[in-house]
Write a protein that binds this ligand. Structure first.
Ligand code: PLP
Length: 407
Protein backbone atom coordinates (compact mmCIF):
# COMPACT_ATOMS: atom_id res chain seq x y z
CA UNK A 1 0.00 0.00 0.00
CA UNK A 2 1.83 3.04 -1.26
CA UNK A 3 -0.36 5.64 0.42
CA UNK A 4 0.33 4.45 3.98
CA UNK A 5 3.48 5.68 5.73
CA UNK A 6 4.88 6.91 9.02
CA UNK A 7 5.64 10.60 9.25
CA UNK A 8 7.79 10.88 12.34
CA UNK A 9 6.11 8.51 14.78
CA UNK A 10 2.60 8.86 13.37
CA UNK A 11 0.98 6.72 10.71
CA UNK A 12 -0.54 8.62 7.77
CA UNK A 13 -2.97 7.41 5.15
CA UNK A 14 -2.70 9.63 2.09
CA UNK A 15 -2.44 13.10 3.64
CA UNK A 16 -4.19 12.44 6.94
CA UNK A 17 -2.79 11.12 10.19
CA UNK A 18 -4.59 7.97 11.36
CA UNK A 19 -4.79 9.56 14.82
CA UNK A 20 -6.94 12.35 13.47
CA UNK A 21 -9.59 9.86 12.21
CA UNK A 22 -9.60 8.38 15.65
CA UNK A 23 -10.80 11.57 17.23
CA UNK A 24 -13.96 11.53 15.12
CA UNK A 25 -14.66 7.85 14.54
CA UNK A 26 -15.43 5.04 16.91
CA UNK A 27 -13.49 1.85 16.24
CA UNK A 28 -13.53 -0.62 14.65
CA UNK A 29 -13.83 0.95 11.21
CA UNK A 30 -12.79 0.26 7.66
CA UNK A 31 -11.08 2.96 5.66
CA UNK A 32 -10.22 2.83 1.95
CA UNK A 33 -8.01 4.93 -0.25
CA UNK A 34 -9.78 6.17 -3.39
CA UNK A 35 -6.50 7.08 -5.09
CA UNK A 36 -5.19 3.56 -4.59
CA UNK A 37 -8.38 2.01 -6.01
CA UNK A 38 -8.18 4.18 -9.12
CA UNK A 39 -4.46 3.59 -9.58
CA UNK A 40 -4.84 -0.21 -9.19
CA UNK A 41 -7.62 -0.25 -11.76
CA UNK A 42 -5.67 1.89 -14.20
CA UNK A 43 -2.58 -0.29 -13.77
CA UNK A 44 -4.61 -3.40 -14.44
CA UNK A 45 -6.01 -1.91 -17.65
CA UNK A 46 -2.54 -0.76 -18.69
CA UNK A 47 -1.04 -4.20 -18.08
CA UNK A 48 -3.46 -5.81 -20.52
CA UNK A 49 -3.76 -2.80 -22.84
CA UNK A 50 -2.81 -4.65 -26.02
CA UNK A 51 -5.50 -7.27 -25.39
CA UNK A 52 -8.13 -4.56 -24.78
CA UNK A 53 -10.18 -6.67 -22.36
CA UNK A 54 -13.47 -5.92 -20.67
CA UNK A 55 -12.63 -5.63 -16.97
CA UNK A 56 -15.54 -6.79 -14.82
CA UNK A 57 -14.72 -6.03 -11.19
CA UNK A 58 -15.65 -8.96 -8.93
CA UNK A 59 -18.22 -7.26 -6.72
CA UNK A 60 -18.01 -10.02 -4.12
CA UNK A 61 -14.58 -8.80 -3.10
CA UNK A 62 -16.00 -5.43 -2.05
CA UNK A 63 -19.59 -4.57 -2.76
CA UNK A 64 -19.76 -1.13 -1.20
CA UNK A 65 -21.84 0.85 -3.68
CA UNK A 66 -19.52 3.87 -3.44
CA UNK A 67 -16.52 1.74 -4.35
CA UNK A 68 -18.46 0.27 -7.26
CA UNK A 69 -19.23 3.85 -8.32
CA UNK A 70 -15.53 4.77 -8.34
CA UNK A 71 -14.79 1.79 -10.58
CA UNK A 72 -17.81 2.43 -12.76
CA UNK A 73 -16.53 5.97 -13.43
CA UNK A 74 -13.25 4.42 -14.58
CA UNK A 75 -15.19 2.32 -17.09
CA UNK A 76 -15.25 -0.98 -15.20
CA UNK A 77 -17.93 -3.60 -15.60
CA UNK A 78 -18.91 -6.03 -12.86
CA UNK A 79 -18.82 -9.73 -12.17
CA UNK A 80 -21.72 -10.50 -9.84
CA UNK A 81 -22.73 -13.68 -8.03
CA UNK A 82 -26.21 -12.84 -6.73
CA UNK A 83 -29.30 -10.82 -7.56
CA UNK A 84 -28.30 -8.40 -4.81
CA UNK A 85 -24.86 -7.75 -6.29
CA UNK A 86 -26.42 -7.37 -9.72
CA UNK A 87 -28.85 -4.69 -8.51
CA UNK A 88 -26.06 -2.94 -6.58
CA UNK A 89 -23.78 -2.85 -9.63
CA UNK A 90 -26.59 -1.29 -11.67
CA UNK A 91 -27.27 1.21 -8.88
CA UNK A 92 -23.58 2.17 -8.97
CA UNK A 93 -24.01 3.11 -12.62
CA UNK A 94 -22.34 0.06 -14.14
CA UNK A 95 -23.91 -0.61 -17.52
CA UNK A 96 -25.91 -3.84 -17.87
CA UNK A 97 -23.91 -4.66 -20.98
CA UNK A 98 -20.78 -4.76 -18.85
CA UNK A 99 -22.14 -7.18 -16.24
CA UNK A 100 -21.47 -10.91 -16.13
CA UNK A 101 -23.26 -13.19 -13.68
CA UNK A 102 -21.36 -16.17 -12.21
CA UNK A 103 -22.31 -18.72 -9.54
CA UNK A 104 -23.34 -22.35 -9.27
CA UNK A 105 -26.75 -21.82 -7.73
CA UNK A 106 -28.53 -18.91 -9.40
CA UNK A 107 -32.21 -19.05 -8.50
CA UNK A 108 -35.13 -18.57 -10.89
CA UNK A 109 -35.78 -15.18 -9.32
CA UNK A 110 -32.16 -14.08 -9.83
CA UNK A 111 -32.08 -15.33 -13.41
CA UNK A 112 -35.28 -13.42 -14.20
CA UNK A 113 -33.67 -10.20 -12.92
CA UNK A 114 -30.60 -10.85 -15.10
CA UNK A 115 -32.72 -11.54 -18.17
CA UNK A 116 -34.94 -8.50 -17.66
CA UNK A 117 -31.98 -6.21 -17.08
CA UNK A 118 -30.34 -7.53 -20.29
CA UNK A 119 -26.89 -8.08 -18.83
CA UNK A 120 -23.95 -9.08 -21.02
CA UNK A 121 -23.67 -12.71 -19.97
CA UNK A 122 -25.16 -15.26 -17.64
CA UNK A 123 -22.27 -17.66 -17.14
CA UNK A 124 -24.03 -20.99 -16.62
CA UNK A 125 -22.36 -23.57 -14.44
CA UNK A 126 -24.57 -26.58 -15.16
CA UNK A 127 -26.74 -27.96 -17.92
CA UNK A 128 -29.79 -27.59 -15.66
CA UNK A 129 -29.07 -23.89 -15.24
CA UNK A 130 -28.80 -23.33 -18.99
CA UNK A 131 -32.07 -25.23 -19.49
CA UNK A 132 -33.78 -23.02 -16.93
CA UNK A 133 -32.42 -19.85 -18.58
CA UNK A 134 -33.79 -21.12 -21.89
CA UNK A 135 -37.26 -21.76 -20.39
CA UNK A 136 -37.36 -18.36 -18.65
CA UNK A 137 -36.12 -16.58 -21.78
CA UNK A 138 -38.85 -18.25 -23.82
CA UNK A 139 -41.52 -17.17 -21.33
CA UNK A 140 -40.19 -13.61 -21.41
CA UNK A 141 -39.91 -13.73 -25.22
CA UNK A 142 -36.18 -13.03 -25.17
CA UNK A 143 -33.01 -14.43 -26.63
CA UNK A 144 -30.45 -14.41 -23.83
CA UNK A 145 -26.64 -14.31 -24.11
CA UNK A 146 -24.97 -16.94 -22.00
CA UNK A 147 -21.55 -18.33 -21.29
CA UNK A 148 -20.56 -21.79 -20.13
CA UNK A 149 -18.20 -21.95 -17.21
CA UNK A 150 -15.66 -24.65 -17.74
CA UNK A 151 -13.96 -26.47 -14.91
CA UNK A 152 -10.57 -27.00 -16.57
CA UNK A 153 -9.23 -29.26 -13.81
CA UNK A 154 -6.23 -27.04 -13.18
CA UNK A 155 -4.65 -26.68 -9.77
CA UNK A 156 -4.24 -22.95 -9.09
CA UNK A 157 -1.64 -23.72 -6.38
CA UNK A 158 -3.42 -21.56 -3.87
CA UNK A 159 -5.15 -22.20 -0.53
CA UNK A 160 -7.49 -25.19 -0.89
CA UNK A 161 -10.49 -23.17 0.29
CA UNK A 162 -10.11 -20.67 -2.56
CA UNK A 163 -9.26 -23.12 -5.31
CA UNK A 164 -12.13 -23.37 -7.82
CA UNK A 165 -10.76 -24.96 -10.98
CA UNK A 166 -10.04 -28.53 -9.93
CA UNK A 167 -12.33 -31.41 -10.93
CA UNK A 168 -13.27 -31.92 -7.26
CA UNK A 169 -14.54 -28.31 -6.93
CA UNK A 170 -18.23 -27.58 -7.40
CA UNK A 171 -17.68 -24.89 -10.02
CA UNK A 172 -18.35 -25.06 -13.75
CA UNK A 173 -18.92 -27.94 -16.16
CA UNK A 174 -16.45 -30.81 -16.38
CA UNK A 175 -14.51 -31.03 -19.64
CA UNK A 176 -16.58 -34.06 -20.67
CA UNK A 177 -19.93 -32.39 -19.94
CA UNK A 178 -18.79 -29.16 -21.54
CA UNK A 179 -18.04 -30.94 -24.81
CA UNK A 180 -21.24 -32.95 -24.91
CA UNK A 181 -23.34 -29.94 -23.95
CA UNK A 182 -21.73 -27.87 -26.68
CA UNK A 183 -22.82 -30.42 -29.26
CA UNK A 184 -26.45 -30.14 -28.18
CA UNK A 185 -26.57 -26.35 -27.82
CA UNK A 186 -28.74 -25.84 -30.93
CA UNK A 187 -31.70 -27.35 -29.03
CA UNK A 188 -31.77 -24.25 -26.85
CA UNK A 189 -33.59 -21.77 -29.06
CA UNK A 190 -33.82 -18.88 -26.58
CA UNK A 191 -30.19 -18.67 -25.60
CA UNK A 192 -27.16 -17.65 -27.55
CA UNK A 193 -23.94 -19.23 -26.34
CA UNK A 194 -21.40 -16.43 -26.63
CA UNK A 195 -18.78 -17.11 -24.01
CA UNK A 196 -16.54 -19.67 -22.44
CA UNK A 197 -15.67 -18.70 -18.90
CA UNK A 198 -13.21 -20.02 -16.33
CA UNK A 199 -12.07 -18.97 -12.88
CA UNK A 200 -9.56 -21.32 -11.30
CA UNK A 201 -9.15 -19.71 -7.88
CA UNK A 202 -8.06 -16.71 -5.92
CA UNK A 203 -4.78 -15.29 -4.54
CA UNK A 204 -2.81 -16.88 -7.40
CA UNK A 205 0.84 -15.82 -7.44
CA UNK A 206 2.18 -18.31 -9.98
CA UNK A 207 1.50 -17.71 -13.69
CA UNK A 208 1.86 -21.39 -14.59
CA UNK A 209 -1.69 -22.45 -13.63
CA UNK A 210 -2.97 -19.67 -15.91
CA UNK A 211 -0.81 -20.97 -18.77
CA UNK A 212 -2.20 -24.46 -18.18
CA UNK A 213 -5.76 -23.13 -18.07
CA UNK A 214 -5.28 -21.38 -21.44
CA UNK A 215 -3.89 -24.57 -22.97
CA UNK A 216 -6.97 -26.52 -21.82
CA UNK A 217 -9.32 -23.90 -23.28
CA UNK A 218 -7.34 -23.75 -26.51
CA UNK A 219 -7.59 -27.50 -26.97
CA UNK A 220 -11.32 -27.61 -26.27
CA UNK A 221 -12.12 -24.79 -28.68
CA UNK A 222 -9.99 -26.27 -31.45
CA UNK A 223 -11.67 -29.66 -31.09
CA UNK A 224 -15.19 -28.30 -30.88
CA UNK A 225 -14.66 -25.77 -33.63
CA UNK A 226 -17.06 -23.37 -31.89
CA UNK A 227 -16.41 -19.66 -32.11
CA UNK A 228 -16.89 -17.86 -28.79
CA UNK A 229 -17.30 -14.08 -28.96
CA UNK A 230 -15.95 -13.84 -25.42
CA UNK A 231 -13.40 -15.76 -23.42
CA UNK A 232 -13.87 -14.87 -19.77
CA UNK A 233 -10.68 -15.72 -17.90
CA UNK A 234 -12.04 -14.87 -14.42
CA UNK A 235 -9.91 -13.19 -11.78
CA UNK A 236 -7.67 -14.63 -9.11
CA UNK A 237 -4.58 -12.44 -9.46
CA UNK A 238 -2.88 -12.49 -6.06
CA UNK A 239 -1.40 -9.67 -4.02
CA UNK A 240 1.40 -9.56 -1.48
CA UNK A 241 0.11 -9.69 2.10
CA UNK A 242 3.51 -9.92 3.75
CA UNK A 243 6.95 -8.43 3.41
CA UNK A 244 8.10 -11.08 0.93
CA UNK A 245 6.59 -8.98 -1.83
CA UNK A 246 5.72 -11.99 -3.99
CA UNK A 247 4.05 -10.96 -7.22
CA UNK A 248 2.23 -12.65 -10.05
CA UNK A 249 4.27 -12.49 -13.25
CA UNK A 250 1.77 -10.49 -15.30
CA UNK A 251 4.18 -10.34 -18.23
CA UNK A 252 4.16 -14.11 -18.62
CA UNK A 253 0.38 -14.34 -18.15
CA UNK A 254 -0.05 -11.63 -20.77
CA UNK A 255 2.25 -13.46 -23.18
CA UNK A 256 0.24 -16.65 -22.76
CA UNK A 257 -2.98 -14.74 -23.52
CA UNK A 258 -1.46 -13.13 -26.60
CA UNK A 259 -0.35 -16.54 -27.84
CA UNK A 260 -3.85 -17.90 -27.25
CA UNK A 261 -5.44 -14.98 -29.13
CA UNK A 262 -3.36 -15.68 -32.23
CA UNK A 263 -5.62 -18.66 -32.84
CA UNK A 264 -8.88 -17.33 -31.45
CA UNK A 265 -10.64 -14.12 -32.35
CA UNK A 266 -12.48 -13.50 -29.09
CA UNK A 267 -12.83 -10.57 -26.72
CA UNK A 268 -11.16 -11.26 -23.38
CA UNK A 269 -13.03 -10.60 -20.13
CA UNK A 270 -11.34 -10.44 -16.73
CA UNK A 271 -13.04 -10.58 -13.34
CA UNK A 272 -10.42 -9.22 -10.91
CA UNK A 273 -11.41 -8.46 -7.34
CA UNK A 274 -8.54 -8.72 -4.88
CA UNK A 275 -5.95 -7.21 -7.24
CA UNK A 276 -8.07 -4.05 -7.59
CA UNK A 277 -9.14 -3.43 -4.00
CA UNK A 278 -7.12 -5.72 -1.72
CA UNK A 279 -4.39 -3.27 -0.76
CA UNK A 280 -6.71 -0.26 -0.62
CA UNK A 281 -8.44 -0.98 2.70
CA UNK A 282 -7.51 -0.89 6.38
CA UNK A 283 -9.29 -1.99 9.51
CA UNK A 284 -8.61 0.25 12.49
CA UNK A 285 -9.13 -1.23 15.90
CA UNK A 286 -8.65 -0.31 19.53
CA UNK A 287 -6.93 -2.47 22.11
CA UNK A 288 -9.52 -3.14 24.80
CA UNK A 289 -7.40 -5.24 27.12
CA UNK A 290 -3.99 -6.85 27.24
CA UNK A 291 -3.75 -9.99 29.30
CA UNK A 292 -1.06 -12.47 30.11
CA UNK A 293 -2.47 -15.94 30.38
CA UNK A 294 -0.25 -18.97 30.82
CA UNK A 295 2.26 -18.90 28.02
CA UNK A 296 0.44 -16.26 26.01
CA UNK A 297 0.08 -12.51 25.88
CA UNK A 298 -3.28 -11.68 24.37
CA UNK A 299 -4.00 -8.32 22.79
CA UNK A 300 -7.79 -8.18 22.84
CA UNK A 301 -9.08 -5.88 20.12
CA UNK A 302 -12.48 -4.34 19.53
CA UNK A 303 -12.42 -5.81 15.99
CA UNK A 304 -13.34 -9.45 15.65
CA UNK A 305 -13.78 -12.27 13.17
CA UNK A 306 -17.23 -10.95 12.29
CA UNK A 307 -15.54 -7.76 11.00
CA UNK A 308 -12.66 -9.53 9.26
CA UNK A 309 -13.28 -13.19 8.59
CA UNK A 310 -10.27 -14.06 6.42
CA UNK A 311 -7.91 -15.18 9.22
CA UNK A 312 -10.54 -17.52 10.73
CA UNK A 313 -11.74 -18.77 7.35
CA UNK A 314 -8.49 -19.27 5.46
CA UNK A 315 -5.76 -18.78 8.04
CA UNK A 316 -4.98 -15.50 6.25
CA UNK A 317 -2.44 -13.19 7.83
CA UNK A 318 -2.75 -9.42 7.65
CA UNK A 319 0.06 -7.07 8.51
CA UNK A 320 -0.59 -5.16 11.75
CA UNK A 321 0.85 -1.73 12.39
CA UNK A 322 0.69 0.47 15.48
CA UNK A 323 -0.93 3.88 14.91
CA UNK A 324 1.97 5.45 16.81
CA UNK A 325 5.55 4.20 16.86
CA UNK A 326 7.28 3.58 20.14
CA UNK A 327 10.94 2.58 20.51
CA UNK A 328 10.40 -0.06 23.16
CA UNK A 329 10.05 -3.65 21.90
CA UNK A 330 8.05 -6.44 23.53
CA UNK A 331 10.36 -9.43 23.49
CA UNK A 332 7.62 -12.03 23.86
CA UNK A 333 4.83 -12.91 21.45
CA UNK A 334 1.59 -10.98 21.22
CA UNK A 335 -1.49 -12.87 20.07
CA UNK A 336 -4.02 -10.47 18.51
CA UNK A 337 -7.57 -11.67 19.12
CA UNK A 338 -11.13 -10.35 19.00
CA UNK A 339 -13.87 -10.47 21.63
CA UNK A 340 -15.99 -13.18 19.94
CA UNK A 341 -16.66 -16.43 21.74
CA UNK A 342 -14.71 -18.62 19.32
CA UNK A 343 -11.11 -19.74 19.59
CA UNK A 344 -10.71 -19.04 15.86
CA UNK A 345 -11.35 -15.36 16.58
CA UNK A 346 -7.66 -14.72 16.26
CA UNK A 347 -5.88 -12.45 13.77
CA UNK A 348 -2.21 -13.23 14.13
CA UNK A 349 0.70 -13.79 16.53
CA UNK A 350 3.69 -11.45 16.36
CA UNK A 351 7.04 -11.60 18.07
CA UNK A 352 9.23 -8.55 18.71
CA UNK A 353 6.36 -6.15 18.10
CA UNK A 354 6.61 -2.81 19.82
CA UNK A 355 5.26 -2.71 23.35
CA UNK A 356 1.53 -2.00 23.31
CA UNK A 357 -0.81 -0.47 25.84
CA UNK A 358 -4.53 -0.73 26.45
CA UNK A 359 -6.63 1.94 24.62
CA UNK A 360 -4.02 2.26 21.88
CA UNK A 361 -4.91 1.62 18.24
CA UNK A 362 -3.63 -0.77 15.62
CA UNK A 363 -4.18 -0.96 11.87
CA UNK A 364 -4.78 -4.18 9.96
CA UNK A 365 -3.54 -3.80 6.40
CA UNK A 366 -4.72 -4.96 2.99
CA UNK A 367 -8.28 -5.75 4.01
CA UNK A 368 -9.99 -4.05 1.04
CA UNK A 369 -10.95 -7.38 -0.55
CA UNK A 370 -13.09 -9.98 1.23
CA UNK A 371 -12.96 -7.87 4.40
CA UNK A 372 -16.22 -6.01 4.82
CA UNK A 373 -17.92 -8.14 2.16
CA UNK A 374 -17.43 -11.24 4.32
CA UNK A 375 -18.44 -9.51 7.54
CA UNK A 376 -21.41 -10.71 9.58
CA UNK A 377 -23.44 -9.90 12.67
CA UNK A 378 -22.22 -12.92 14.61
CA UNK A 379 -22.51 -12.41 18.38
CA UNK A 380 -25.01 -9.63 17.56
CA UNK A 381 -22.20 -7.29 16.63
CA UNK A 382 -23.19 -4.35 14.43
CA UNK A 383 -21.14 -4.10 11.24
CA UNK A 384 -18.49 -1.38 11.30
CA UNK A 385 -18.61 1.97 9.56
CA UNK A 386 -16.75 2.34 6.23
CA UNK A 387 -14.84 5.49 5.33
CA UNK A 388 -13.24 6.62 2.10
CA UNK A 389 -10.26 8.90 1.95
CA UNK A 390 -9.16 10.95 -1.02
CA UNK A 391 -6.14 13.18 -0.42
CA UNK A 392 -7.11 15.16 2.64
CA UNK A 393 -10.87 14.50 2.47
CA UNK A 394 -12.75 11.73 4.24
CA UNK A 395 -16.34 10.64 3.72
CA UNK A 396 -18.59 8.01 5.23
CA UNK A 397 -19.51 5.45 2.57
CA UNK A 398 -21.47 3.14 4.86
CA UNK A 399 -22.85 3.96 8.28
CA UNK A 400 -22.18 1.76 11.28
CA UNK A 401 -25.14 -0.49 12.04
CA UNK A 402 -27.08 0.24 15.19
CA UNK A 403 -28.07 -2.36 17.73
CA UNK A 404 -31.73 -1.56 17.12
CA UNK A 405 -31.38 -2.62 13.47
CA UNK A 406 -30.36 -6.07 14.63
CA UNK A 407 -32.86 -6.61 17.38
N1 PLP B 1 -14.77 -14.48 -10.63
C1 PLP B 1 -15.31 -15.49 -9.95
C2 PLP B 1 -16.28 -16.38 -10.65
C3 PLP B 1 -14.99 -15.71 -8.61
O1 PLP B 1 -15.54 -16.70 -7.93
C4 PLP B 1 -14.06 -14.82 -7.98
C5 PLP B 1 -13.66 -15.01 -6.58
O2 PLP B 1 -13.49 -16.05 -6.08
C6 PLP B 1 -13.54 -13.77 -8.71
C7 PLP B 1 -13.90 -13.62 -10.04
C8 PLP B 1 -12.57 -12.78 -8.12
O3 PLP B 1 -11.41 -13.35 -7.70
P1 PLP B 1 -10.21 -12.46 -7.15
O4 PLP B 1 -10.77 -11.56 -6.12
O5 PLP B 1 -9.26 -13.43 -6.61
O6 PLP B 1 -9.66 -11.70 -8.32
Amino acid sequence: MQNLRYVGKNLFLERISIRSFLKKNKTPFYIYSENQIVSNYKNFVKTFKKTNPLVCFAAKSNSNVNILKILSKQGAGADVVSGGELLKALRAGIKAKKIVFSGVGKTEEELKIAIKKKILLINCESESEAKLVNILAKKLKKKVSIGFRLNPNVDAKTHKNISTGKAENKFGLSIKNFKSFLKGIDKFKNVKLEALSVHIGSQILNHKPYEKMLKVIDKIIRKSNYNFDFIDLGGGMGISYDNKNEKLNYKKYNLAIKKFLKNHKSKIIFEPGRSIVGNTGFLISKIIYIKESGTKNFVILDAAMNDLMRPALYGAKHKILPSKLRNKKFNKTYEFVGPICESTDKFTSLKDFQELKEKEFIIMCDVGAYGMSLSSNYNMRPKPIELLIKGSKIKVIKKRQKHEELI
